[in-house]
Design a protein around this ligand. Structure first.
Ligand code: IPD
Ligand code: CA
Ligand code: CA
Length: 262
């Protein structure tokens, strides 16, 4: 199947999972939450949404493997679906938007297509490698801002806080260099918003591939720049990501992030 066509089917899968999650949000009971590790929450909603996604994607592309947050499916050799069934679980549990479904198709560290559905607003972002990125039918373009002091920057704080000193030092420095910060609670949505020109940049440490696969392609296909903290390409599995609207802002951010790294 051609990638663009496949992506339309993946949008259908993301929609089905988002509908399920939305239906559960109406009567969700916090007693149903478990903690995988400190502050890393999960419930039957994450697990059932992931099962639904994996079952439907298995039918679409029977030879592809899976890298899915809640452990469904098996990782394959070449093509893998990289899935976060519910990105922003803490938000979901507290009834706070945003939270999202994120699905990427990856081959040899390259993301071929990505879909992020922001469940509360119903916005569906998608991208196909080499073909562009869209919000619904609308093509996406990153912000044209070149001045970091006018940039709105998003970040997140992963559950692994072993690097807390570096994270806080970067935040302190950038707070006075930028227009301001947002911490939405969903890395997939943060990246989608960079792609849509709402944020000038996003960075976070200690994320997993399922948090960033789809969103990183959205940013690249909308004309933005994505790298790890060393300006290399290891942002999918390397647990460091910076995504910016252009090279100028990207370099300014990397300078601050690297200078303060111990
Ligand atoms: C989390 C969200 C959050 C980020 C955390 C992630 P989850 O994913 O993306 O924004 O700061 O690092 O783990 O656990 O809600 O799927
Ligand atoms: Ca996540
Ligand atoms: Ca998740």
């Amino acid at each position: 199947m051609e990638l663009g066509q496949l992506c339309q089917s993946v949008i259908g899968v993301a929609r089905a999972a988002a509908d399920f999650i939305r239906s559960q949000s109406k009567h969700f009971d916090r007693l149903q939450v478990e903690e995988k590790s400190r502050n890393n929450l999960v419930s039957y909603v994450d697990r059932q949404a992931e099962r639904l996604i994996v079952d439907q994607l298995s039918q679409l592309l029977p030879h592809a493997g899976f890298i899915a947050e809640e452990g469904s499916g098996r990782q394959g050799q070449g093509l893998n679906w990289v899935i976060d069934p519910l990105d922003g679980t803490t938000n979901f549990v507290h009834g706070v938007p945003p939270y999202a479904v994120s699905i990427g198709l990856v081959e040899d560290n390259q993301v071929l297509l990505g879909v992020v559905e922001e469940i509360f607003s119903g916005e569906v972002f998608h991208a196909v490698k080499g073909k562009g990125a869209w919000l619904g039918e609308q093509p996406l373009r990153v912000s044209k801002e070149q001045d970091l002091s006018k940039g709105l920057i998003a970040t997140g704080f992963a559950y692994d806080t072993s690097d807390i000193d570096h994270i806080l030092a970067v935040l302190k420095r950038l707070l006075v260099q930028t227009h301001g910060f947002r911490r939405l609670g969903s890395a997939a949505v943060d990246l989608a918003y960079v792609a849509a020109g709402r944020f000038e940049a996003f960075y976070e440490k200690n994320l997993n591939p399922w948090d960033v696969a789809a969103g990183a392609l959205l940013v690249q296909e909308a004309g933005g720049v994505v790298s790890d903290f060393a300006n290399g390409n290891n942002f999918l599995f390397g647990r460091q990501i910076v995504a910016s609207c252009n090279e100028v802002l990207h370099c300014r951010l990397l300078e601050t992030i690297c200078k303060l790294q111990s």
